[in-house]
Design a protein around this ligand. Structure first.
Ligand SMILES: [Zn+2]
Length: 298
């Protein structure tokens, strides 16, 4: 099989998956419970999520390993299980994907802030290396570092993946729109700064995830394209900006509303499209149908 980047350079638009976190809560994950422990304790439920995205038409799916780094797992007393949890996460998605679709091993931020002296570069690097190697061992084709807001942490994660595995490495950051219509991560990084920094670090694919909906992703992709015309771009948008309603967080955008922005997003330069918080297999089904009809003619 081609690499993902090669497929994109051949002109393909690829469909990714939707939310994992919000889906796990729907399946009964309790607040305060470790989502990634489900890979060991409730593998069938995790497999069910992975399968539902493959059935919806995803070309690539993620793994239930977003918070499965040593720092995050330590807060549940599970730091000794990093390897087992990541291997299981990748194996579950591999089982759902079969040999024809690709598995992206999900890696989120550690929650430690380097600027505050919480953690050293070496400690971060080692945590990402351990997670990356375990995800590959479980069968992940590529690694996706996501929801990053600190460029320094993102660069360390990319290096840890590139230097210790042969996997393609994807890295996406989360941006908010500011009052002056610009985009910044929580730590003040712009999409242009991300693009320069991550390409220098050797990333294969970049992009944005989470945030306040697919419409804002258009401006983010345009800004990425001012720095690089050819780096493949992945977008995982939330189903709109979260609203707090009747005691819980709701993501209001329907599948059709999201799909309404696809042409402009692809025109701006996005190559892989899926969803983040609040998106469901139904969102992915509608997006996949449209992409297959208009962009995957061969
Ligand atoms: Zn999200």
């Amino acid at each position: 099989m081609n690499t993902i980047a090669k497929d994109i350079r051949l002109g393909r638009i690829l469909i990714s998956d939707g939310a994992w976190g919000t889906y796990l809560y729907e399946k009964g994950l309790l607040p305060g419970e470790c989502p990634e422990l489900w890979n060991l304790d409730r593998p069938d439920d995790v497999l069910d999520i992975a399968r539902s995205y493959i059935d919806a038409g995803s070309d690539v799916i993620e793994t239930n390993s977003f918070g499965a780094n040593a720092f995050k797992l330590k807060s549940y007393g599970l730091e000794a299980k990093v390897k087992d949890i990541n291997i299981a996460a990748a194996a579950i998605s591999r089982k759902a994907a079969g040999q024809g679709k690709r598995v992206l091993g999900s890696m989120g931020p550690t929650g430690k802030i380097m600027m505050m002296g919480d953690v050293t570069t070496e400690e971060l690097y080692n945590a990402f290396r351990e997670q990356a190697i375990s995800l590959r061992e479980g069968g992940a084709d590529a690694l996706v570092i996501e929801t990053m807001s600190d460029l320094d942490e993102a660069v360390i994660a990319v290096r840890a993946c590139k230097e210790n595995t042969s996997a393609e490495v994807i890295c996406t950051m989360t941006f908010e729109k500011t009052a002056d219509d610009a985009f910044h991560s929580m730590m003040g990084i712009t999409p242009a700064q991300m693009t320069t920094g991550l390409i220098e670090a050797g990333v294969d694919i970049i992009g944005a995830n989470c945030g306040t909906g697919i419409k804002n992703m258009i401006g983010i992709v345009k800004e990425i394209r001012t720095i690089s015309a050819d780096i493949p771009v992945l977008i995982h948008a939330n189903a709109g900006a979260p609203i707090y309603q009747d005691g819980k967080t709701v993501f209001p955008e329907t599948p059709l509303q999201m799909a309404g922005y696809l042409d402009v997003l692809i025109d701006a330069g996005a190559n892989i499209i899926g969803g983040c918080c609040g998106t469901t297999p139904e969102h992915i089904r509608v997006i996949a149908d449209l992409i297959k009809k208009r962009y995957q003619l061969t």
